[in-house]
Design a protein around this ligand. Structure first.
Ligand code: SF4
Length: 234
């Protein structure tokens, strides 16, 4: 394939956008059925489980990911999360010991201060949640982290700006993430992906932030994703 050829055929593009619409419609119904704050935040768990299922199904019948426990190149990329994912993580951390919350706030601030927007993962700080080369919020990590599986760790280690990923996983996971974001947007919530470290630190240090999000305020504008992101661009 030459670089000028489109990534997807017209039929594949249409199928992707139909999947996005199906997810949007399903998630919108869920939000309308139970708009309580805890339910609206907690619903992203279903989406994340959907991404886990996509990854599991795809890799059970095709190429295997080259990632191994303890490998963390992609944890140096710029991670984008939905606002609902940010607040889910903040809710989880708020239930931890005060000392642990203070420590993660320090780590997040250090990560943000060290982030100079570099493209190569080698020049970027690790995610504040990466501890002893493992994700310390693995069960509640964002969908972007769940979908990212490299087909060639050597390429990740070579400072390449892109992680070689399975296109089928990317498409199915992106349809889930975009359809979910569209549903939040249609339901009146800020929904654009926002940079994980800055957004979680904002949520931890502004106790009323989640309530303002439920009221439809735009809180994360300008907290953009500035460097490497594994988000698919069609
Ligand atoms: S949240 Fe976890 S998986 Fe995602 S970048 Fe951070 S440490 Fe890695």
């Amino acid at each position: 394939m030459t670089s000028s050829e489109p990534l997807l055929s017209e039929a594949e593009c249409n199928a992707f956008w139909q999947s996005v619409e199906n997810v949007r419609a399903a998630v919108s119904r869920q939000i309308a059925a139970d708009p309580r704050p805890a339910a609206v935040i907690g619903f992203v768990q279903s989406v994340q489980q959907g991404i886990d299922a996509v990854v599991k199904a795809r890799f059970s019948r095709g190429a295997q990911p080259d990632c191994k426990a303890g490998c963390s190149h992609c944890c140096h990329t710029c991670v984008e999360a939905l606002p609902a994912e940010v607040f889910r993580i903040a809710r989880h951390l708020a239930g931890c010991a005060t000392e642990d919350v203070k420590n993660i706030q320090v780590r997040l601030a250090q990560q943000i201060a060290a982030d100079n927007g570099a493209q190569s993962w080698k020049d970027r700080p690790a995610c504040a949640f990466l501890q002893n080369n493992r994700c310390s919020i693995y069960e509640i990590r964002p969908g972007v982290c769940r979908k990212t599986h490299s087909l060639d760790v050597k390429q990740c280690a070579s400072s390449a700006s892109e992680i070689p990923e399975d296109l089928g996983v990317l498409l199915d996971a992106e349809a889930l993430i975009k359809g979910t974001a569209d549903a939040y947007h249609a339901s009146g919530y800020e929904s654009a992906g926002t940079e994980l470290a800055r957004s979680v630190l904002m949520a931890l240090t502004n106790p009323g932030l989640e309530a303002r999000w439920h009221q439809g305020e735009r809180l994360f504008e300008g907290v953009g994703v500035t460097a490497i992101s594994s988000t698919l661009t069609l």
